[in-house]
Design a protein around this ligand. Structure first.
Ligand code: FRU
Length: 489
């Protein structure tokens, strides 16, 4: 019998994954002519990482995606590694005749001639038909440096105040900033980070953007995202840090001490994420998507015809607390398009050792919980199926620590690094939990803390159990909402 597309075992139902084969980083996200474009690192000939192309999908609402043909193929300059895309509104590049067009800025990856030393240089491609077809710029590559081997993942944006394009590029263990009037000629501006933040792995996939603090347009900060590659000395594998600071068009200045390390996500599976370019001012959101996997085991996860999905699209904002300014992530409001029926429970008391059990009436589900009166030392919520396979979200009230335990979540056999108890400090007030066929995304306190985790339960979870180990907890509201598949309707 022919396998049905998007019905395969473990296939994500409302997270984007390509029809088949291997995917990693999201690339070139840009909004243009009423479409959200999502390109991605793609290996069309296998389900493990291989010669990189840019795959392509488009969406009108960030949730329902249409798969398009491959956008960028390897060429005489090499494979197509990660990068970004922008709308060249004023034809600064001179690549367009009639009106604005799309320019992709990506890393061409090959080897130095007669050598096995990797060579990474930055190149351009442009499109005059809404990203459907692309022409490589004849002057490629546009930026290279023989001294830096890890030299990749350009993220480009237009900096209004200085009237220039700005590129942030991952350069070994730092971010180098370049500027350009036309996307073709790039000039060194500054370098950041050699002594700042985490250096647990190679720096990759930067992004730099401005956001208001606490919604106050008068107070603006710049956020620098930096993904750091896998290093076997650290159990977390690949993960993403961020810096908060100032940027004047040339230099990024960190607001925090060099020792401060800020993690974007406390789950293992949110990597190489960056934000959309050219979201209209009327919308004004900074919308982010990440690759929902981890280099530690990405090539081994137990899916057959396809490998890897993206996170849900998330809106980023900044909020201040005693410790400083922190990044908040909330699932984009467009998730509403897949919400179906819900069940709401109010004013529940869960007593010690008397769990409240709910039937999970759909394997695709969003669970929202508001908690009050926490008199318990340890409580939480378990998603489980009949075979005692479960994911446990537990709050340790004494330590004020939230834990997402996937050690028994399902198939763990493919990697010793996969079973994990993930943890973050937070004074828990509420939880939003989103379960797809092979992932669980947990947001605490309206997106102040996020945990993104893959899970591979053999059978879908069937029950939701609220438990308290000591004392009582009061749940002021619990809402279970069935979510719809985005495929094949
Ligand atoms: C990040 C990364 C990038 C690179 C791409 C190659 O996951 O290693 O630095 O451009 O993947 O596929």
């Amino acid at each position: 019998m022919m396998k049905q597309l998007y019905k395969e075992k473990y296939r994500q139902q409302f997270h984007f994954s390509p029809e088949e084969k291997w995917m990693n980083d999201p690339n070139g996200m840009v909004f243009f002519n009423n479409e959200y474009h999502l390109f991605y690192q793609y290996h069309p000939f296998g389900t493990t990482w291989g010669p990189m192309h840019w795959g392509h999908a488009v969406s009108k609402n960030l949730i329902h995606w249409e798969q398009l043909p491959i956008a960028l193929f390897p060429d005489e300059h090499g494979e197509i590694f990660s990068g970004s895309a922008v709308v060249d509104w004023n034809n600064t590049s001179g690549l367009f005749q009639n009106g604005p067009g799309l320019v992709a800025i990506y890393t061409s990856a090959d080897n130095y001639p007669d050598s096995d030393r990797p060579r990474q240089r930055q190149s351009l491609a442009y499109s005059t038909d809404n990203g459907r077809t692309w022409t490589k710029f004849e002057g490629n590559p546009v930026l290279s440096d023989v001294n830096i081997t890890d030299y990749r993942d350009p993220k480009v944006f237009w900096h209004e105040e200085t009237n220039k394009w700005v590129m942030v590029l991952a350069t070994g263990q730092s971010i180098t900033i370049y500027t350009s009037p036309n996307l073709k000629d790039w000039e060194f501006a500054s370098e950041f980070g050699n002594n700042s933040g985490s250096h647990d792995g190679v720096w990759e996939c930067p992004d730099l953007f401005q956001l208001p603090v606490d919604g106050d347009e008068g107070i603006q900060k710049w956020v620098l995202l930096v993904s750091i590659g896998d290093n076997h000395d650290f159990k977390e594998g690949s993960r993403t840090q961020y810096f908060i600071g100032q940027f004047d068009g040339t230099t990024f200045v960190n607001d925090n001490s060099d020792e401060t390390i800020l993690w974007m996500d406390y789950g293992r599976d949110n990597y190489a994420g960056v934000s959309w370019s050219d979201i209209p001012a009327e919308d004004g959101r900074r919308i982010y998507i990440g690759w929902m996997s981890n280099w530690r085991y990405a090539n081994q996860v137990p899916t057959e015809d396809w490998r890897s999905a993206m996170t849900l699209p998330r809106v980023l904002s900044l909020a201040s607390n005693e410790a400083g300014v922190r990044l908040i992530q909330k699932v984009a409001a467009e998730i509403e398009t897949i919400r179906k029926s819900s069940e709401v429970y109010q004013d529940l008391t869960v007593e010690a050792n008397q769990p409240a059990i709910f039937n999970m009436f759909s394997p695709l589900m969003e669970v929202s919980i508001q908690l009050e009166n926490q008199t318990s030392n340890s409580f939480g919520i378990v998603f489980q199926n009949s075979e005692d396979v479960n994911t446990v979200i537990r709050y340790d009230a004494e330590k004020e620590m939230l834990l997402v335990d996937r050690t028994k979540a399902g198939d763990n056999s493919f990697s010793e690094s996969f079973p994990a108890v993930q943890e973050a400090y937070v004074k828990l007030e509420n939880l939003q939990i989103i379960i797809d066929t092979s992932s669980i995304e947990v947001f605490a306190n309206d997106g102040k803390v996020a945990f993104t985790s893959l899970i591979f339960p053999n059978q879908p979870y069937e029950k939701i159990v609220l438990f308290s180990n000591e004392g009582n907890i009061r749940v002021s509201s619990l809402k279970l909402t069935e979510l719809d598949s985005i495929w094949g309707k």
